[in-house]
Design a binder for this molecule. Structure first.
Ligand SMILES: Cc1ncc(COP(=O)(O)O)c(C=O)c1O
Length: 304
């Protein structure tokens, strides 16, 4: 990761190297925080952030779920994100806001601990690699189940919950795959370590519902809308493991992964082993939308 000049911390712009936290921060010990991942793209009309307000609104929802009091309004964090991109001279890149408990409480009850909000930005290319975006990635069903609704909140982007994703990702990479796919406690397909999943069969597009234990992905919602705009039937429904093996096409969606085709799952080729037409169409429409080439969804872009 290439450092940028500034980080926004609790309302002040500070140097990248000075953006440190105390070793006794509650969030460090117990994972008590919430975060976001957002992308900015270069467009013909300048730098634009994709669905920035919706990402910040999701951050606020995650904080509400964990009961972290946030000092900042959505508009404040939207403005700070844009200001930071421009100060860091980024024409495109990744934005990482995070809210977490600092010092003041060392018990599990965070009451009395400080709350900090930071925003960082940096340059970021294709999360699953350029080659993966072009030709598809190899995925393995994880031995780790996606965190359940009864233990944590899969639909809140909480820092502590990501240990689940880290374990799955690490396991997949060590076994020689590019990404993990997690099942939920019931054995139905949930999502990747940091991506939502889409399954295409006989021209119909399916994705697990939020109740399957997935994050309400903003890219997922965008892709569902774009495919429906294009006349595809898109259904939120339970996905069984065999649906993966019988699929014509599989792809991941996410801010980091954008739309990434899956060419192999559990050592079985997906379709003919190459990205299929629906995946390519979703990829094209998504990239057009983020770069300002889709007028119908021009309101998804927030210009810096
Ligand atoms: C577990 C998980 N699922 C799905 C996604 C995709 O969500 P989005 O499209 O909002 O980035 C992410 C990324 O934030 C994620 O971490």
């Amino acid at each position: 990761m290439q450092p940028t000049k500034h980080i926004w911390m609790d309302g002040s712009l500070i140097d990248w190297d000075d953006a440190t936290v105390h070793v006794l921060a509650h969030g460090l010990h117990y994972g008590t925080g919430a975060f976001e991942g957002i992308r900015a793209y270069e467009t013909e009309s300048g730098t634009a952030v994709f669905r920035l307000t919706e990402h910040i609104e999701r951050l606020q929802r995650s904080c509400k779920a964990l009961m972290v009091p946030v000092d900042w309004k959505v508009a404040d964090l939207v403005a700070a994100s844009k200001e930071l991109l421009s100060l860091n001279e980024l024409t495109s890149g990744y934005i990482r806001p995070i809210v977490f408990y600092g010092t003041g409480s060392m018990g599990l009850n965070p009451a009395g601990a400080t709350v900090h909000t930071i925003i960082a930005t940096w340059e970021w290319g294709a999360y699953l690699g350029e080659e993966g975006v072009a030709n598809g990635i190899r995925v393995k069903v994880s031995s780790w189940r996606r965190i359940g609704q009864d233990a944590l909140m899969p639909n809140a982007k909480l820092t502590g919950g990501y240990i689940n994703s880290v374990l799955a990702k690490q396991e997949a990479l060590r076994a020689g795959y590019d990404e993990a796919l997690m099942l939920n406690a019931e054995g139905f397909v949930a999502e990747g370590s940091g991506e939502n999943l889409f399954v295409v069969r006989d021209g119909v597009v399916r994705t697990p519902p939020i109740t399957a234990g997935v994050l309400d992905g903003i890219t997922r919602e965008s892709v569902m809308t774009l495919l429906r705009d294009d006349g595809y039937e898109v259904i939120e429904t339970e996905i069984a493991r065999t649906d993966l093996y019988y699929a014509d096409e599989l792809f991941f969606s996410g801010t980091a992964a954008e739309v990434t085709p899956i060419r192999e799952v559990d050592d079985r080729p997906v379709g003919d082993g190459h990205p299929g037409p629906v995946t390519k169409r979703a990829q094209q429409m998504f990239m057009d939308s983020v770069t300002g080439k889709n007028e119908r969804h021009a309101d998804w872009l927030e210009y810096v």
